[in-house]
Design a protein around this ligand. Structure first.
Ligand code: TGC
Ligand code: FAD
Length: 392
């Protein structure tokens, strides 16, 4: 909503809103209202307290935001643009809330839906859509997350069961998850296992003292001879493409999410610089401050157009992972630069949690790192351009 009496909406200069279908607009506006009225008032304190506000889970579930792209199983069956708009509005509140929804939807419900057995889908998807069961996704290991092909966690057959050993690191939702989708090396290649929270030998330990994503739970997962029944193996996929295909879904959502964080930062400085009078005039009346805010709007506009185009390509079934890499790189870089510059424009006040930029800035340090670091995405685009794999 443009409340500044300017001709264009400063947070949507190219009127991306007008490109949205009626159902997409309804989703955007509904989630925006939820963010403004219910999430934003909680997230600052949650960040300060280093805790995830679990009371929001039933509310996001009731709005149909968990597994929103899945048809059936009590899920909303919305398109990819709707999923993106959900991420954008939730991350306008805090990256931790968007992370919760990304993991549940793209990294847990997506693989169960795409690769799970009928029994697995019936058991987990409706419960997860209702927020009654929580999931986490274990891919990263302590010795190096960028190269998951080098994972050490392994599973060996023992009769009808599998015996799982190893460790995963930096796992969102880890200590509150009822089910962990864990990727492990086997004699048949990398496979996905649904590890349930009460299985003997499985422990999750929260990672404390984070300065980023403080309103999100992050954990280490440890597997000590965990006996996993064959019924808990995802039958539909083997190889690294299993987890990487999940990451494509989540990374797509992140391209939208970070736009919300950047919009929140621009919104804050647009207001602040009108009221802050220095050297006899409001900051907003100076050329350098206007140039800096114009640059934020330029970057937000570019990110919005990229994500909308990406969403349309995805809904048309033509999405390539390297396109997602380019957008994840571009949009995360734009958002973190905007958050840092907004923090600076606020001067000393910028280090206070009373203003949103420092919280978003700190969160975006995680967002630019997880789901593939900036370097990983640059090299993925480089590989697309040259046909040469420069990761090694
Ligand atoms: P590479 O040879 O490229 O690929 C192996 C197989 O996978 C296929 N593939 C993909 N499939 C679907 N989507 C993608 N994005 C895919 N990328 C590759 C590929 O075609 C191949 O298939 P096949 O049939 O030929 O076997 O594998 P590589 O070992 O060279 O790795 C490439 C690289 C570096 C890009 C990959 O390892 C990578 O993406 N690394 C980064 C890891 C990462 O992003 N981890 C994220 C962990 S989860 C997380 O951070 C959650 S945070 C959640 C939150 O809180 O929001
Ligand atoms: P490393 O892989 O050790 O990378 C270190 C540095 O090396 C980076 O700067 C990287 O860009 C650089 N680098 C890597 N390869 C190259 C190369 N070829 N050339 C040049 N530079 C290179 N993981 C999950 O599986 N599930 C989750 O739910 C999850 N949630 C997370 C939540 C948070 C808050 C955070 C911070 C992380 C989470 N992660 C999760 C892990 C995340 O995906 C990893 O941190 C990320 O993939 C990077 O791995 P790493 O931390 O081991 O860094």
């Amino acid at each position: 909503m443009n409340t500044r009496n300017t001709r264009l909406d400063p947070l949507d200069l190219f009127d991306v809103r007008s490109e949205l279908a009626d159902d997409e607009l309804l989703v955007r506006d509904t989630v925006a209202r939820f963010a403004d009225e219910e999430a934003i008032p909680l997230m600052r304190e949650a960040f300060e307290q280093h805790s995830f506000p679990r009371e929001l889970i039933p509310k996001v579930a009731e709005l149909g935001l968990l597994g929103s792209s899945i048809e059936g199983y009590d899920c909303a069956g919305m398109n990819s643009v709707c999923y993106g708009l959900i991420c954008q509005e939730l991350e306008r509140a805090d990256s931790g809330l968007r992370s919760f929804v990304s993991v549940q939807s793209s990294l847990v419900m997506f693989p169960i839906h795409a690769y799970g057995s009928d029994e697995q889908k019936d058991r987990w998807l409706p419960a997860m859509a209702r927020g009654e069961a929580i999931g986490c996704f274990g891919l990263t290991e302590p010795h190096g997350g960028s190269d998951p092909g080098n994972m050490k966690t392994h599973a060996k057959r023992d009769g009808d069961d599998w015996i799982l050993n190893g460790a995963k690191m930096w796992i969102t939702n880890g200590t509150i998850a009822d089910a962990a989708v864990v990727w492990a090396r086997t004699d048949d290649g990398i496979r996905g296992f649904i590890v349930e929270k009460d299985m003997p030998g499985f422990t999750a330990q929260e990672i404390e003292h984070k300065f980023s994503l403080r309103a999100s739970i992050t954990a280490g997962l440890f597997f000590d001879n965990v006996r996993v029944p064959a019924a808990n193996v995802l039958p539909g996929v083997s190889g690294l493409k299993g987890p990487l295909s999940c990451l494509t879904q989540a990374r797509y959502g992140i391209t939208w999410g970070v736009i919300g964080a950047a919009q929140a930062c621009l919104d804050e400085v647009l207001g602040y610089t009108q009221d802050r009078v220095l050297f006899g005039k409001p900051l907003a009346h100076t050329q350098t401050i206007q140039i800096r805010m114009a640059d934020m709007a330029r970057r937000i506009t570019t990110a919005q157009l990229l994500s909308l185009r990406l969403g349309r390509i995805k809904d048309a079934g033509r999405l390539s992972p390297s396109q997602v890499s380019l957008a994840k790189w571009n949009n995360c870089r734009a958002a973190i630069d905007i958050a840092r510059d907004a923090r600076d424009i606020l001067g000393g006040a910028g280090i206070s949690a009373e203003y949103v930029p420092i919280r978003h800035m700190l969160n975006l340090e995680s967002v630019i790192t997880y789901e593939g670091t900036e370097t990983v995405h640059q090299l993925a685009v480089g590989r697309e351009l040259t046909g040469v794999n420069a990761f090694g």
